[in-house]
Design a protein around this ligand. Structure first.
Ligand SMILES: Cc1cc2nc3c(=O)[nH]c(=O)nc-3n(C[C@H](O)[C@H](O)[C@H](O)COP(=O)(O)OP(=O)(O)OC[C@H]3O[C@@H](n4cnc5c(N)ncnc54)[C@H](O)[C@@H]3O)c2cc1C
Length: 272
């Protein structure tokens, strides 16, 4: 038996959240494996305001209650995100699991969150007090620690539209399918007139949060591809020096080797 509220719209949900000690849930794929019989839940999975995928000039906006299966079917969702969510679990989980739940779980293994880090996405949250838009790397304050007040709901993900076609994505799991990431890697590299204009690398499942190092990324921006090729060993070495990884089911050393190999492969795939 699960106790819960079933609000019909966002205003009602936010009002309930401001007055009751409730836990929001959407697909329940993370929450329902926990055994908390006395918990009261707020079902947000069918709130119309959280169910849209839309776009404006700058962003594809993915509602928090959009499922992975729905995102895979949408022409608006970029291929980078589709590739990552297509690797989540199996169809039954993808049919129920949502973008808001993937964020709300607060895990650095969350596959859609890796793409949000790599692309510099923002997260829109709302409460009866109003809305806030937060860069994803600030939304994650630490392992299972989010910049989300108890009365706030995740509303949508703002995924930048520009410059994210030239991506690299790789997920390493214990098997080909139905595998939680042991290491995941997403990167972007844009070149205009032979000069690198954007270089990002996000490493998932290797620490308390997804990791990005903007100052190390800056080493390649503004260089020609030729210059970058000459600098690639130094760039990889700078990541090796900086990365402090945690042990999970596999050792920190293994994870670090995999991260650096993926970084090298990413650069090589772009001719660097
Ligand atoms: C067998 C299995 C395999 C899995 N494999 C993967 C995998 O490969 N990759 C991966 O990334 N994940 C995986 N997961 C985890 C899970 O499916 C995802 O994290 C999914 O996105 C959770 O979405 P949900 O809607 O089911 O979340 P829920 O279980 O409903 O909620 C998860 C958390 O988010 C919070 N929450 C949900 N919606 C909101 C909202 N709108 N605002 C605020 N908080 C909210 C909840 O309170 C809860 O803390 C797997 C899970 C299972 C059971």
């Amino acid at each position: 038996m699960v106790n819960g509220f079933y609000p019909q719209n966002l205003d009602e949900a936010l009002d309930l959240l401001s007055k009751h000690d409730v836990v929001p849930y959407a697909g329940g794929t993370d929450l329902m494996v926990q055994d908390k019989p006395n918990q009261t839940y707020l079902f947000v999975g069918k709130l119309p305001e959280l169910r849209n995928i839309s776009e404006d000039d700058e962003y594809v906006r993915i509602g928090a209650a959009v499922t992975f299966t729905e995102a895979l079917a949408s022409p608006l969702v970029p291929q980078f995100m589709k590739e990552a969510v297509s690797r989540i679990a199996a169809p039954a989980i993808r049919n129920a699991g949502t973008f808001g739940g993937n964020l709300g779980n607060g895990s650095a293994k969350a596959d859609s969150v890796l793409v949000e880090y790599a692309t510099g996405a923002k997260i829109c949250v709302a409460s009866v007090r109003g809305e806030r838009v937060i860069p994803v790397e600030q939304f994650y304050k630490g392992r299972k620690e989010l910049d989300l007040a108890p009365d706030e709901l995740i509303l949508e993900v703002l995924l930048p539209k520009l410059g994210i076609d030239d991506y690299y994505y790789h997920k390493v799991g214990g098997r080909q399918a139905l595998a939680i990431s042991r290491v995941s890697f997403g990167g972007l590299l844009s070149v205009e007139d032979g000069v690198i204009t954007r270089f990002t690398c996000a490493f998932g499942a290797v620490s308390g949060t997804v990791l990005r190092y903007p100052d190390l990324e800056a080493q390649l921006v503004g260089r020609t591809v030729e210059e970058a090729r000459g600098a690639s060993e130094k760039v990889i070495a700078s990541y090796a020096e900086r990365m402090q990884l945690t042990r999970g089911r596999v050792s920190a050393e293994y994870r670090k080797d995999v991260c650096l190999n993926l970084l090298g492969d990413f650069l090589a795939s772009k001719g660097i």
